[in-house]
Design a protein around this ligand. Sequence first.
Ligand SMILES: CC(C)(COP(=O)(O)OP(=O)(O)OC[C@H]1O[C@@H](n2cnc3c(N)ncnc32)[C@H](O)[C@@H]1OP(=O)(O)O)[C@@H](O)C(=O)NCCC(=O)NCCS
Length: 153
Amino acid sequence: MTMTLRTAQERDATTLLALENRCFDSDQLGLRSFRRLISSSTAQVWCLFEGTELVGYILVLTRKNSGWWRIYSIAVAPEQRGKGYARMLVTHVIAQANLAKAEGIRLEVKVTNKSAIALYQALGFEVQDILPGYYADGQDGYRMQRSQSVALD
Ligand SMILES: CC(C)(COP(=O)(O)OP(=O)(O)OC[C@H]1O[C@@H](n2cnc3c(N)ncnc32)[C@H](O)[C@@H]1OP(=O)(O)O)[C@@H](O)C(=O)NCCC(=O)NCCS
């Protein structure tokens, strides 16, 4: 099956929303947010397709006056997990950050989200802080970060 990784277009917003709702129980992005982010100059929404099927996405926020990028969200369809797709998405963002000469990448993750934490640690992210009650459901978060000076294996 052909894999395609490309930035999201306006027409992808409803498909992204459907994936989002299948992947998260709380703090989901809504349709308006996806539309706004897709057209924003300080956001990147990367979509991964297997054939014509959206199997995953990653959302990155950048700021004009900061060298630090932020992975705001990443999700892979439940039946497509364990195939290296999330690794592909994060690795792509690290490469994009390198091209842009960013300083590094930060993100937040629920302390209970073992698979996501393992993914980030495998790619060189380290826990910087604990964020008590950070999520809408009351769970704590970790702030993790990865400097771009760290080489990818
Ligand atoms: C977290 C998520 C994106 C991982 O997607 P995925 O495509 O299955 O991950 P990959 O197959 O690319 O795995 C890459 C690495 O992540 C880690 N990992 C992924 N899933 C894991 C699991 N269930 N248990 C332990 N480690 C896991 C491993 O280090 C893995 O490398 P390995 O296969 O060489 O061991 C996916 O589970 C998901 O969409 N979850 C729901 C949404 C979510 O929680 N997003 C993160 C918000 S911060």
